[in-house]
Design a protein around this ligand. Structure first.
Ligand code: UDP
Ligand code: MG
Length: 304
């Protein structure tokens, strides 16, 4: 019989974890699916690890990985994937926003021969207006950058062993699971689900965190921002020719003193464009630096 591994990243989730353990165990057992649950404690500061340990002691199918500090959800997903021994591996949030019934349907699709089953959001659940707008903008940019439709993508997925191996072999340090699982290809299908409301606890995303995440992933998948530098350069070349001719004409007709305002404006504009351009290039260089440093995505301090 084939084994399903479920990877569940958890960061300060003490409020919801006991329920997650129970709900998932019940539903998977009822469906007759042989499974293991891998909880990755992403450096929580509350009782999350304690709860995972308790659960693991009563049920041998539950595994726990504890990070030495908070490395972020992406790292937690990868640690779980690396640890999973199933013939197929599902990734889902442990706050029960990804419905467990859908997990069973994903497994059935896998049994029919699909190698990547992507959960796509039919509705985004309850979110503030600001969050909705910023998430919308982020996903539009991401869709442009990656070339895959990211607007409804989620981290709720089920991958065949072959796909898991492929994802784990991608060498980049700055990983973005959502896009990588599309990038690898394989026989893929989608399954729609409604994002549930969080059972307990609060969302772990701050606005600043989301912006950082957006910028980092756009840079990871696209060199378009660098072409902005070239574009700005071309626009300035054209302006330079026009202004140059005008200046020469003024000089030849003998009234060259005027135009101080133009000089100041040009200095200011060119100065800012230059600095923005340097910043963009600098961002890419810092990414190259991080990749070259080759630090691990995460450090595990405890296992159970
Ligand atoms: N998470 C994590 N590390 C983090 C932040 C979040 O492992 O640094 C986990 C969290 O425990 C949850 C999942 O990622 O299982 C999604 O997080 P959350 O529910 O806060 O995000 P949202 O659903 O609001 O997008
Ligand atoms: Mg959530």
């Amino acid at each position: 019989m084939s084994l399903l591994s479920v990877v569940l990243p958890a960061f300060n989730e003490e409020a919801v974890l006991p329920k997650t353990v129970k709900v998932l165990g019940d539903i998977l057992s009822q469906a007759g699916i042989d499974h293991e649950l891998i909880f990755v404690d992403d450096g929580s500061r509350d009782r999350t690890w304690q709860i995972i340990c308790d659960a693991a002691e009563t049920d041998p199918r539950i595994h726990g990985i504890h990070f030495s500090r908070n490395f972020g959800k992406e790292s937690a997903i990868f640690a779980g994937l690396a640890d999973a021994s199933g013939d197929c591996v599902a990734v889902m949030d442990c706050d029960l926003q990804h419905p467990a019934e859908v997990l069973v349907r994903m497994y059935r699709l896998w049994e029919q021969g699909f190698e990547v089953v992507e959960g796509v959001k039919r509705s985004r659940g309850k979110e503030s207006l600001f969050h909705r707008i910023s998430a919308g903008t982020f996903y539009r940019l991401m869709t442009k950058a990656t070339g895959f439709d990211m607007s409804r993508a989620s981290d709720f997925k089920l991958l065949d062993r072959k796909a898991v191996t492929a994802v784990l072999e991608l060498p980049e340090r700055n990983s973005f699971f959502r896009a990588q699982s599309s990038w690898i290809g394989f026989r893929t299908t989608e399954i729609e689900f409604d994002v549930r409301e969080r059972e307990a606890g609060t969302s772990k995303w701050s606005t600043f965190g989301l912006i950082k995440y957006a910028v980092s992933n756009i840079v990871g998948y696209s060199t378009l921002p660098m072409q902005f530098v070239t574009g700005a350069g071309l626009i300035f070349l054209v302006t330079a020719i026009v202004l140059g001719i005008q200046t020469l004409v003024h000089y030849l007709t003998g009234n060259a003193v005027e135009g101080f305002t133009t000089v100041i404006l040009l200095l200011l504009i060119i100065g800012s464009i230059l600095m923005i351009s340097l910043g963009i290039i600098g961002y890419y260089i810092s990414r190259i630096f991080q990749e070259v440093q080759g630090r691990p995505k995460y450090i595990i301090s405890k296992r159970i």
